[in-house]
Design a protein around this ligand. Structure first.
Ligand code: F6R
Ligand code: MG
Ligand code: MG
Length: 365
């Protein structure tokens, strides 16, 4: 067996510039400085979407490696120092623990990692989103790996025709289940159609059993027991030769589906695919957006990135997303633009109820 490469994408919001809209260049510089020349890494790339810093790293240490996680944690801690100096908004907001304790899971930052033997040619896409939640990947991942109207390879490529296995997480009860597609599609949709709770964590090729895609499924608000930070998610997808073609992996984003997480993490809005240059959500702190960075791996080196949504072919979907954003905004504080009461990250309901308790007349008496 050949040597295995691990691709780790670890992200955190450690301070926004301005408000929650972007990341100051000095924070990105600090992250690059911290990762650069580190003997643990083969290569790295630092990016940001909105107020989240994404550390894209390759190495041979495997998934859940303590040293790699420590490196990411220390990087975010140092970026937080810069954020504090520049009085960035919410400095250190995603670092929930005071100190690192062996594994970054549960400490705040989002993680997506996959380990594989690099193929003859290894195209991968790193998707990164802001102002939304991990379940936002459910619909696009379903389309990429299980919908023949999106991915013609499922029908006409003998290497894909058998389908894919989907590992789905229940983020509330902390359970997982594996569905085999196409035969389990109807059962699976019962769950993944509820993206606030069930998230596609991993996808595997059914014949080779190799990893095809992985997402981050952290839910900060649940981990902390109260709302502290956002769960803005990342996702890695391997492409070509038995996996979706790059174009098949991008195609689901030509539909700006509605996701949760806009303004105060409490509104639905359309997910807009944008270039890195446009990854600064401003209107009503949004609308939610996604960037796709493509890399060719070469002995673990990240050759790239290609800024894949920086293409006029996505102009139409951006226009549609803005049209939907206008339509949704006109609902103001009403559902379903605003999330249902139990899913909002901010609420004044208990205080208002308390204040008005004597004015409510019980009609059952
Ligand atoms: C944060 C986000 C923003 C904030 C909003 C209020 O990622 O989605 O919409 O929730 O700007 O922020 P605070 O409560 O920090 O004033
Ligand atoms: Mg923020
Ligand atoms: Mg964010």
């Amino acid at each position: 067996m050949g040597k295995k490469i691990t691709l780790s994408v670890i992200k955190a919001d450690v301070g926004g510039n301005v408000g929650h809209s972007g990341v100051h260049p000095e924070l990105l510089e600090k992250a690059r400085e911290k990762l650069s020349g580190n003997p643990l890494l083969i290569d790295f790339y630092v990016a940001h979407v909105g107020d989240d810093i994404n550390l894209i790293m390759t190495h041979e240490a495997g998934r859940n490696n303590g040293e790699i996680h420590q490196l990411a944690w220390d990087t975010f801690v140092e970026c937080t120092e810069v954020a504090k100096k520049l009085k960035q908004y919410g400095a250190g907001q995603d670092l929930l623990a005071d100190a690192f304790s062996g594994n970054i899971k549960g400490l705040g930052p989002g993680i997506a990692e996959m380990e594989f033997e690099e193929r003859q040619s290894e195209p991968v896409i790193v998707f990164m989103a802001d102002k939304t939640e991990p379940g936002a990947w459910n619909l696009p991942l379903y389309k990429m790996f299980a919908d023949p109207f999106n991915t013609i390879g499922l029908v006409i490529d003998p290497k894909m025709h058998k389908g894919f296995d989907f590992e789905v997480r229940d983020t509330i009860e902390n359970k997982k289940i594996v569905f085999s597609t196409p035969e389990d599609i109807y059962d699976m949709l019962v769950f993944i159609g509820a993206p606030g709770r069930f998230c596609i964590k991993r996808i595997f090729h059914r014949e080779t059993k190799d990893i095809a895609a992985v997402s981050s499924t952290q839910r900060l608000n649940l981990m902390a027991g109260r709302y502290i930070g956002k769960d803005d998610p990342v996702c890695i997808v391997r492409c070509q030769s038995g996996y979706p073609a790059v174009g098949e992996a991008l195609e689901p984003f030509t539909y700006p589906h509605l996701v949760a997480g806009w303004m105060r993490g409490s509104h639905h809005g359309p997910l807009m695919p944008v270039s890195m240059k446009e990854a600064r959500p401003t209107r009503f702190d949004g609308p939610p957006r996604v960037v796709a960075l493509g890399f060719q791996l070469a002995e673990g080196k990240l050759v790239g990135p290609q800024d894949l949504f920086d293409d006029p072919a996505f102009d139409q979907v951006r226009k549609e997303a803005n049209r939907i954003a206008n339509y949704m905004r006109r609902m103001g504080p009403f559902e379903p633009h605003r999330l249902p009461l139990d899913e909002m990250e901010y609420t004044t309901m208990p205080q208002v109820r308390e204040k008005l308790k004597d004015r409510f007349i019980d009609l059952r008496k």
